[in-house]
Ligand binder design. Sequence first.
Ligand code: THU
Length: 136
Amino acid sequence: MDAVNQALYEAAQKVRKKAHVPYSRFPVGAAILADDGNVYAGCNVENAAYPLGACAEGSAISAMVAGGGTRIHRIFVIGDGDKPVTPCGGCRQRIREFAGADTVIFCAGDDGEPVKYTMNEILPDSFGPEFLEDKS
Ligand code: THU
C-alpha cells in the first residue's frame, strides 16, 4: 500500500468504529483525499426510519464539502466481510459528482487489502454536472 492509501485506510478504519449501525450491524468507513490536500472521513449513520440512513461515502462527501474540498482525488471504502465493500449505486453517483472518469476508488473488506477501481469502471457512461453546464 502506498503512503496515501495507508493514511486513507487508517482514517476509514478509525471512523468506521464510530458507525451508527444498530439495524444492519454492518459498519462502513470511507475516507477521501480531496483537492485541498485534506483527508475527509465518514461512516454510515442508520435511522429507525430505515430509508433515512446515510452511507459512509455520503457522510465523507458531506465532510469534504463542509471542510472546503471540491474534488475527490481518491476514496477508500472499508467494511466487514471477505469481499471488498463497493459503493452502492446511489453512492457511485454521489462520488461521481466530485470525480472524473479516472478517479480511483479503493475498496476493502476485513483484511484491509484494497481492490482498485476507476470511477468509469464502477459507473460507466455516467451522467454528471457537465451535462448541465449550459443551463446554469
Ligand atoms: N453501506 C455503506 O455505508 N456504504 C457502502 O458502500 C455499502 C453499504 C451501509 C448502508 C447501511 O448502513 C449498511 O451499510 C448496510 O447496507
